[in-house]
Design a binder for this molecule. Structure first.
Ligand SMILES: CC(C)(COP(=O)(O)OP(=O)(O)OC[C@H]1O[C@@H](n2cnc3c(N)ncnc32)[C@H](O)[C@@H]1OP(=O)(O)O)[C@@H](O)C(=O)NCCC(=O)NCCS
Length: 188
């Protein structure tokens, strides 16, 4: 892997099939489909700036990062805007970051986050919030986000429980999902 040259591109429709395949493989069946992709990706485009990116090893998609632009997403019961130092309408949402298992630990996830952060800043964001999967393999999600400047706001048990009842098949839990989400923020 070390000798591979990774290219970073804005995520567009031509990447949807490969993103869905990688996303469902890593996060579990039912995590992504064409409708969700179209909805999620549109939320990350603002003022003509796309904050969604993919990482490519030649023609193979090996990672992706999806974001929601400031003002284009709703805070829900899993968000604590009172505890953020940024204004809610200037806060972006880091929706999903996924890297193919054989390509992890080489800086691809961090690079995707940096590219997205720059695009979000150009859209007017002063911070980005995310829910990190505490049970991710090797706790890689919280580790990589912390390394990129992420600060813990608070933990949310059972964040994906309802999704698991509605079809999401968590790769860690057998049956209903009881994974914990760490609500974290990066100030730009
Ligand atoms: C989380 C993820 C996107 C990070 O991408 P990545 O390309 O592996 O991350 P980077 O190479 O930029 O690594 C950044 C830091 O993350 C941590 N990390 C990365 N891979 C790791 C692993 N396999 N085990 C433990 N920690 C890991 C390390 O602290 C690393 O810093 P270091 O190399 O200086 O030790 C990727 O590991 C992944 O897809 N994991 C599974 C899916 C997931 O959990 N997605 C996030 C959902 S919230």
């Amino acid at each position: 892997m070390l000798d591979r040259k990774i290219h970073y591109l804005e995520l567009d429709k031509t990447h949807f099939d490969a993103v869905i395949a990688l996303g469902n493989h890593v996060h579990g069946d039912g995590y992504l489909d064409q409708d969700k992709m179209a909805e999620w990706v549109a939320k990350g485009i603002k003022n003509g700036i796309n904050s969604n990116f993919v990482a490519m090893d030649e023609d193979k998609l090996v990672g992706f990062r999806i974001c929601y632009s400031p003002g284009q997403w709703q805070a829900d019961q899993w968000c604590s805007p009172d505890m953020w130092k940024s204004e809610q309408e200037q806060t972006a949402y880091f929706k999903c970051n996924t890297v193919d298992a054989t390509y992890r630990g080489y800086g691809i996830g961090s690079k995707l986050l940096k590219l997205a952060s720059k695009a979000l800043q150009n859209q007017g964001a002063t911070a980005g919030v995310s829910h990190l999967w505490r049970q991710s393999p090797g706790n890689s999600a919280v580790k990589y986000f912390t390394k990129c400047g992420g600060i813990l706001i608070q933990n949310h048990p059972d964040k994906w429980h309802q999704d698991s009842i509605e079809g999401y098949d968590c790769p860690v839990c057998s049956g209903e999902c009881h994974c914990v989400a760490a609500e974290m923020i990066i100030y730009f």
